[in-house]
Design a protein around this ligand. Structure first.
Ligand SMILES: Cc1cc2nc3c(=O)[nH]c(=O)nc-3n(C[C@H](O)[C@H](O)[C@H](O)COP(=O)(O)OP(=O)(O)OC[C@H]3O[C@@H](n4cnc5c(N)ncnc54)[C@H](O)[C@@H]3O)c2cc1C
Length: 349
């Protein structure tokens, strides 16, 4: 008989994990209370670079190809479009940043990610350009709202989705029983709300609010994602997502005029694009101070796992991390040491 897993949370973490478990022959049920606060609000950008330090993103060479293949495979499976390759054009903030790009672009391990600077890049006029611009290769974005909505519909159709709030009085972590059903594995993927639930409340999960604007502009470049101080993601039909704010230790979910003002200012520093704001969105990222995910087995309860802390780069990391967590759950393969919650065992109550 197939083993059974219960997942709490149908955001990015829970959905990627469900796919990986189902592919491994596990029977899956997912509990979700129905309104997502991060995965569906996200811009879904996958940027190989961390511009602040002009470095490749952590474990990029592993995460990026797997994510590209995974999202296209799931598109086929769900018969939906959410994977969109895009060129990111970074406008440099200083001569030093431009020099840094040039140095990095000449290194073989950046060849897949940074285009060498051409005269056209240096003189690009899509935005105000004092120090030149450079193009990132291998980037894409996932239509995040589409990802979450189509998964809720898909799992509902397969009768895997239990649309309800987690109920602590129905949960017995010793017996691995929830609502009268016994499972072989139970995985908590509740995003920023994980702190409200006792089982993994000892983990140092932080709540980092983010807001974005949807704007219309007749001037902005529709074929590249411009970047400096903010990102501008073309959505088609002259609409663009501008983001994002970082509001530390803030788990409120309302949009604020301050964030709107800041995002418009950041956009204005790129150029005069005559934006008309169509909508504003707010969500809360599940982040961790050491910027590494939270994955692994509960220190006291066998069969109880967590997959969280995806932070600002969730869409790039989740497909690989979900596969690694499943290998850990089913075959006891060790997790990457930087992701394993064993690094916080001294906090266990
Ligand atoms: C404004 C903004 C922009 C972002 N942009 C990007 C980006 O461009 N690229 C990128 O990679 N990442 C981005 N992110 C981050 C990304 O959204 C996260 O890394 C990722 O989506 C987190 O997924 P998750 O499944 O862990 O959490 P969530 O998406 O929060 O999912 C948790 C799920 O658990 C459910 N749940 C929670 N509590 C309960 C409960 N008590 N009972 C039942 N169900 C429950 C919720 O309904 C939800 O569906 C952004 C985030 C924000 C807010």
């Amino acid at each position: 008989m197939a083993k059974k897993a219960l997942i709490f949370g149908a955001g990015l973490a829970g959905t990627c994990l469900a796919h990986r478990l189902i592919s491994s022959g596990i029977e899956v049920k997912i509990v979700d209370q129905g309104s997502n606060y991060s995965s569906a609000v996200a811009a879904g950008m996958v940027n190989p670079m961390v511009f602040r330090r002009m470095n490749k993103s952590w474990r990029l060479d592993e995460f990026l190809p797997e994510a590209q293949a995974f999202y296209q495979e799931i598109e086929q499976q769900l018969q939906t479009k959410f994977y969109h390759p895009i060129v990111i054009r970074r406008f440099f903030s200083s001569k030093e940043e431009c020099d840094n790009w040039q140095k990095k672009a000449a290194q073989p391990d950046y060849a897949n990610y940074l285009e060498k600077l051409t005269p056209a890049d240096l003189e690009n006029t899509e935005a105000s350009n004092l120090f030149g611009s450079g193009r990132v290769k291998g980037a894409f974005w996932v239509d995040a709202a589409q990802w979450v909505a189509s998964h809720l519909a898909y799992f509902k159709k397969l009768d895997l989705l239990i649309q309800s709030e987690f109920a602590a009085h129905l949960w017995d972590p010793q017996a691995l029983v929830y609502a009268g059903e016994t499972y072989d594995f139970v995985v908590f993927c509740m995003g920023f709300r994980q702190k409200e639930e006792e089982t993994f409340s000892y983990l140092p999960l932080q709540q980092t609010k983010g807001q974005t604007l949807l704007v219309e502009s007749k001037i902005l470049n529709q074929s590249e994602s411009l970047n400096r101080k903010c990102f501008v993601l073309p959505y088609g039909e002259r609409q663009f997502r501008v983001g994002a704010t970082y509001e530390w230790n803030n788990s409120t979910l309302h949009c604020t005029p301050e964030a709107r003002e800041l995002l418009l200012q950041n956009l204005a520093s790129l150029g005069s694009f005559e934006p008309v704001v169509i909508a504003q969105a707010a969500g809360v990222r599940p982040t961790v101070l050491d910027r590494r995910p939270l994955m692994g087995k509960h220190p006291k309860h066998d069969g109880v796992f967590v997959f969280n802390g995806l932070g600002t780069k969730g869409y790039m990391m989740a497909p690989t991390l979900a596969r690694e967590l499943v290998a850990h759950m089913l075959e006891n393969k060790p997790l990457h040491s930087e992701t394993n919650i064993s690094r916080f065992t001294d906090r266990t109550p």
